[in-house]
Design a binder for this molecule. Structure first.
Ligand code: ADP
Ligand code: MG
Length: 550
């Protein structure tokens, strides 16, 4: 389409040359198609029978995953509407931590079906209104069918963790991982009034290639992927008093080139002596404060290492900032940024600090911390790709556990809640006037996409399964869903396929928002691509290079 209008025969140019504009039906069609393609690309990954994808980035690095968000992140999507669907996956991941694939599939289906309505001359605004009403009703249904959980018995937590990992590469060890995840999260959960709060980041996850997934372990404390800096230092300290330093134990090099003129050997000696004294001084301050362990965020000079080791102090350098913060919280220590200020009050406490050999590497374990709410899950696995996917799966498990701890309500899975919402919506639609009714019905049908996709991925016939599921829900079997491992319709609650209500609630919210946003667009104005970076005027050449090209 052109960006010009005719005024009395004279074209009026309002956009910069090279800009692109598309409008109306054409835009809607293009946007919907783009979003549909994104949804299509993750379809085959849904559920325990879903497939994995092998993603190769521009550096040739390979990731193997079935995680919706990871796939879309790596795909480097360009189309603006497609990007909005990628945003749905991100929002879902941030808010609930699981359900990303389902969200993208449902959003794609909402748009796909909206297109049929637009073709029937129903205006997008009516569709959007209908979708909003449907979403409200769906959320209401969700709250109605949800089952409250008593956190005193962690049975549902474990089941939800197992469900979240059922569709991942680690499925074989899902029970084992679920136990670890539940223990870790309960350890770091804190009571606030009559509710619990828990942060997934409080569970530190480290991974080390070697052994197998079943050697993954939960450590009551913090594990640093660092070794003790000096071979003369002790490798094990009990009743550790830990100095946490965000200051370097090195002589700062000047930022500019400085020259020192030395005329005699004495001067060299004096110069080196002075350096040594400064380093000794630094070590002395730590020793005086009474520390027997040093965790330093920056470097530690060889000479300083020597002084510390002579006093039997165990030191670790270049610790990550996030680890320093976790250590401060766990050991009750303060991070010291100016060495001059360090006192015994700044030191943290742990019952044991020890370097251990894990695979080919050494790691430092800080256990029995003052504040018990510090745990690390150390993932082991045959290959680096395996541990990376295990970490992603574990993340989903930790997130669903958090969801339930913070909002203790669950639903069953295997498309049961989606079908229950769908069935309620179909009845609700009957009460609405013509066009809105169509939109609400459409929403109801889009929710069935989860059942269809799970079934297809299991190699079953979606038409048979869907019609049976529909009729069972019609008869009031709230938790009828498709169990894909056996390929049978089952009461998903009875067989313990459990999910947090938070995940399902967030899916409804984010798909409705995304679909509405994409449907509302009827005009895309895109600036032309910049061909070369603009050169500032007046630069050599005198011209304005690139004029008219961007
Ligand atoms: N044994 C099972 N039978 C059927 N569906 C299952 C089973 N275990 C998990 N699911 C379903 O798989 C879906 C989640 O699949 P997953 O690949 O993790 O995608 P998402 O990114 O949406 O979480 C959920 O709808 C969940 O209820
Ligand atoms: Mg999942």
């Amino acid at each position: 389409m052109s960006s010009t209008a005719q005024a009395g025969g004279v074209p009026v140019l309002i956009l910069r040359e090279g800009s692109n504009r598309s409008r109306g039906r054409e835009t809607q069609h293009a946007n919907i198609t783009a979003a549909k393609i994104v949804a299509e690309s993750v379809r085959s990954c849904l559920g325990p029978k879903g497939m994995d994808k092998m993603l190769v980035d521009s550096f040739g690095d390979v990731t193997i995953t079935s995680d919706g968000r990871t796939i879309l992140d790596e795909m480097d999507v360009q189309h603006p509407a497609a990007k909005m669907l990628v945003e749905v996956a991100k929002a879902q991941d941030n808010e609930a931590g699981d359900g990303t694939t389902s969200a993208v599939i449902i959003a794609g289906e909402l748009l796909n079906k909206a297109e049929e309505l637009i073709d029937k001359n129903i205006h997008p605004t009516i569709i959007i209104d209908g979708y909003k009403k449907a979403a409200e009703k769906a959320l209401e249904t969700l709250e109605k069918i949800a089952i409250p959980v008593d956190l005193k018995s962690p049975e549902y937590l474990k089941k939800a963790a197992i469900t979240a990992m059922a569709s991942k590469l680690v499925a074989e060890y899902k029970e084992y991982f679920a136990d670890i995840a539940v223990k870790a999260m309960l350890e770091v959960a804190e009571k606030e009034g009559n509710k619990y709060k828990v942060d997934v980041d409080d569970v530190k996850v480290e991974k080390k290639t070697g052994e197998s997934l079943s050697d993954t372990s939960l450590i009551n404390g913090i594990v640093l992927d660092k070794e003790v800096v000096h071979s003369g230092m002790p490798k094990r300290i009990e009743k550790a008093k830990i100095a946490l330093l965000d200051a370097s134990l090195e002589i700062e090099k000047p930022e500019f080139d400085a020259k020192i003129n030395i005329e005699s050997p004495d001067q060299i000696e004096a110069f080196l002596k002075q350096e040594e004294d400064m380093l000794r001084d630094m070590a002395e301050k730590i020793i005086t404060a009474g520390a027997n362990v040093v965790v330093c965020q920056k470097g530690i000079d060889d000479m300083a290492q020597h002084f510390l080791s002579k006093k039997g102090i165990l030191a670790v350098r270049r610790a990550k900032k996030s680890d320093m913060e976790k250590l401060a919280k766990a050991t009750g220590g303060k991070i010291v940024t100016k060495l001059d200020d360090i006192t015994s009050a700044d030191l943290g406490y742990a019952a044991l600090v020890e370097e251990r050999k894990i695979g080919d590497d050494k790691m430092t374990f800080i256990e029995g911390c003052k504040h018990p709410r510090a745990v690390t899950i150390l993932i082991r696995g045959g290959t680096q790709r395996m541990t990376a996917e295990a970490e992603r799966s574990l993340h989903d498990a930790l997130c669903v556990i958090r969801d339930i701890i913070e909002d203790p309500k669950v639903v069953a899975g295997g498309s049961a809640p989606e079908l229950e919402m769908s069935s309620t919506l179909k009845k609700y639609a009957e009460t609405l006037p013509g066009r809105e009714q169509l939109a609400v019905k459409t929403f109801a049908e889009a929710l069935e996409a989860v059942a269809i996709t799970l079934t297809e991925n299991a190699g079953l016939d979606p038409i048979d399964v869907l019609s049976e599921l529909r009729s069972r829900h019609e008869k009031g079997e709230t938790w009828a869903g498709i169990e894909v491992l056996e390929g049978k319709i089952q009461d998903m609650l009875k067989i313990g396929v459990i999910e947090p209500i938070t995940v399902k609630r967030q899916i409804i919210k984010s798909v409705t928002e995304a679909a509405s946003m994409i449907l509302k667009i009827d005009d895309v104005i895109a600036a032309g691509k910049m061909k070369a970076p603009p050169t500032p005027p007046g630069s050599p050449g005198g011209q304005y290079p690139g004029m008219g090209e961007y």
